[in-house]
Design a protein around this ligand. Structure first.
Ligand code: MG
Length: 495
C-alpha cells in the first residue's frame, strides 16, 4: 500500500502541473500560444495515462486487488484500491493512441467551435462535432456498456448512474417544471432587472467578491480569483485552488453570482483531506456532487433572504447607486426572477433544468446514433420552443452556445441538474441538523454551514459513491422531491 500511494502521489504532481497549464491557458496565455499549448497538454495527458497504467507494470495493483477480493485490506486501503482499480480498468481499455487523438481533436475543435459561434455557422463546426461523436462512441465501445453507449460516458462523470436512472429522475423533474413554469411565468413579467443596473468599477466589484467568498469560508490564502471568459474552478491541491469570474460594468451581480458558484466548488476542493492527497480519498465524488456544492452556495444560500439580510447593507454601502433606493424585497425579486431565455448559463433556477434536460436528451441520441447531426439546429429549436416557449433566432444563441461538446464532454450535462437536486436534498438535511441556519446567516455566520459540508461531504473524498453518499447523509436516494419542494416554497407567492 505504501508503494501504491507513492506511485499515486508521483502522478498527482503531474496532474497538478496539467491543471496549472489549463488554468494558464484561460487566464494568461497569449492567443498564438494555443497550438503549442494544445500539443503540450496532449503530451502530458499521454504521459499521465502511461504512468498510471505503469502502476501495475510489476503486478503491484493486481496483487492488491487480489487482497481486496480476499477481504485482507482494511479501512482506507479498501477505498484506495477499489477506486484505483476501477480507474485502472477504465484507462487500460483505452489505447494510448486513442487518448492522444481525442485530446488533440478536442483541443483543436474548441477553436473551431468558437469561430463557428462567432460567425453563427453551425456547418463550420459540424465536421468536428461528427469526429468527436465518433470518437466518444468509440470510447464507449472500448469501455463497454450494457444497454446504451451513453451509459459508459455518463458513468465517467457520475459513477454509478446509468441513463435509465437519469432519464427517470429528469423526467420527474420535467413533468413538474413545464406546468410550473407556465403557472408562475406571468407573475414574473413586471419584475424589472433594470432597477439593479448601475456603473460598478471592476476593481471594486473584485474587492466585494473577495469579501463575500471569504465570509463563506473560501480561504484566499489557499486560493485566488482571476478573470476569464468563462468562469471555472480548478483545484491543483487543497492549498491551491484557482477560481475565475467575468465582469459586466453595469451589473455587479453578474460577476458576484459566478464567484459565489465557483467558490462553492472551491470550498469543496479546499475541504478535501490534505493528508490523503494524491489518492482517491482526496478526490471529489462526482461532477454532480461537485455541482451540488456550487449550486447550494450560488442559489439556495446566495439568493436567499437571510444571506442578503447580511450582505445587502454592505452592497448598498459599497454601491449606493442604485442599491440605496432599492428595497431588499425588490432586490430579491429581481435576483430570483424566472424568465425563459436562450442562454443556459444565465438561466434562473426554474428554467435552468429544462435547458439541461434538452441537452441530455439530444446528446443521448447523438451517441446512440438515432439522430442525424446535421439536424441538430432544427431539433434544438423545436425543443426550446416546446420546453421553454422560446424562439431561437440563431445557432450562435442555440446549439452552438455551450463549449462542452467541442471539448468532448458528453455525459456531463445531466450532472448539472443532479447538482441542483443533490443540493436541495443536502440543504434540507442541513437545516434539520442546524435548526438556526437562517439566523446564523443573517448575522453573517457561515462557519457552521461550511463545517457541516466539510464533515458530511468533503472530508470523505471518494470513500462513497454519489448514490451512497446522498443516502448516508440524507437517508434517501437521489430524487427530485426536495428540489421541487424548494421551488414551490420559494415561488409560492407567485402562483
Ligand atoms: Mg459549476
Amino acid at each position: 500500500m505504501k508503494e501504491l500511494k507513492k506511485r499515486l502521489q508521483d502522478i498527482s504532481h503531474l496532474s497538478s502541473v496539467l491543471a496549472l497549464l489549463c488554468w494558464d491557458q484561460e487566464v494568461y496565455m497569449p492567443k498564438k500560444g494555443a497550438d503549442r499549448r494544445a500539443a503540450s497538454i496532449a503530451e502530458l495527458n499521454g504521459i499521465i495515462h502511461n504512468k498510471f497504467l505503469a502502476i501495475d507494470s510489476d503486478g503491484l495493483l493486481t496483487k492488491l486487488k487480489k487482497e481486496l477480493d480476499e477481504n485482507k485490506l482494511k479501512g482506507k486501503d479498501v477505498v484506495i484500491v477499489t477506486e484505483v482499480w476501477r480507474n485502472f480498468e477504465r484507462e487500460k481499455k483505452l489505447p494510448e493512441e486513442f487518448v492522444r487523438e481525442i485530446a488533440e481533436t478536442v483541443s483543436r475543435a474548441q477553436g473551431v467551435w468558437a469561430e463557428a459561434r462567432n460567425k453563427n455557422d453551425f456547418k463550420l463546426f459540424l465536421p468536428w462535432l461528427t469526429k468527436i461523436v465518433k470518437l466518444k462512441r468509440k470510447e464507449a465501445e472500448y469501455i463497454g456498456y450494457e444497454k446504451s453507449p451513453y451509459d459508459a460516458l455518463l458513468d465517467a462523470c457520475e459513477p454509478g448512474m446509468d441513463s435509465e436512472q437519469a432519464l427517470q429522475i429528469l423526467n420527474d423533474l420535467k413533468d413538474f417544471l413545464m406546468p410550473f413554469l407556465k403557472e408562475i411565468k406571468d407573475s414574473q413579467k413586471n419584475i424589472k432587472p433594470k432597477i439593479l443596473e448601475g456603473k460598478f468599477p471592476l476593481d471594486r466589484q473584485a474587492v466585494f467578491n473577495e469579501m463575500v467568498v471569504s465570509k463563506m469560508g473560501f480561504d484566499m490564502e489557499a486560493g485566488r480569483i482571476d478573470k476569464t471568459t468563462h468562469p471555472f474552478a480548478d483545484g491543483l491541491h487543497p492549498n491551491d485552488v484557482r477560481i475565475t469570474t467575468r465582469y459586466r460594468l453595469n451589473d455587479a451581480l453578474y460577476s458576484l453570482g459566478s464567484v459565489i458558484h465557483e467558490a462553492g466548488h472551491g470550498i469543496y476542493e479546499q475541504g478535501l483531506p490534505v493528508e490523503d492527497f494524491g489518492t482517491p480519498l482526496s478526490e471529489s465524488v462526482s461532477l454532480g456532487i461537485h455541482e451540488s456544492q456550487s449550486r447550494m452556495w450560488e442559489n439556495i444560500i446566495g439568493k436567499s433572504k437571510p444571506f442578503w439580510k447580511y450582505f445587502y447593507p454592505k452592497l448598498q454601502k459599497e454601491f449606493p447607486e442604485p442599491f440605496k433606493k432599492v428595497a431588499l424585497d425588490d432586490f430579491l425579486k429581481v435576483i430570483n426572477k424566472v424568465a425563459p431565455s436562450l442562454i443556459r448559463t444565465e438561466a434562473d433556477e426554474v428554467t435552468y433544468n429544462l435547458h439541461i434536460i434538452l441537452r441530455f436528451e439530444i446528446e443521448k441520441e447523438m451517441i446512440e446514433g438515432s439522430i442525424d447531426l446535421k439536424d441538430l439546429p432544427k431539433i434544438w429549436k423545436s425543443k426550446m420552443k416546446e420546453y421553454l416557449g422560446v424562439d431561437v433566432p440563431s445557432d450562435a444563441l442555440g446549439v452552438l452556445q455551450d463549449v462542452h461538446w467541442s471539448i468532448g464532454l458528453i455525459g456531463y450535462f445531466p450532472t448539472y441538474a443532479f447538482g441542483n437536486l443533490y443540493s436541495a436534498q443536502f440543504f434540507s438535511k442541513m437545516k434539520k441538523d442546524i435548526p438556526d441556519t437562517d439566523k446564523k446567516m443573517v448575522k453573517g455566520d457561515f462557519v457552521e454551514i461550511k463545517k457541516w459540508l466539510n464533515k458530511k461531504i468533503h472530508a470523505h473524498g471518494k470513500t462513497y459513491k454519489a448514490g451512497e453518499l446522498v443516502k448516508k447523509v440524507t437517508g434517501e436516494d437521489l430524487n427530485s422531491r426536495y428540489f421541487i419542494e424548494y421551488l414551490k416554497e420559494k415561488y409560492k407567492k407567485a402562483r
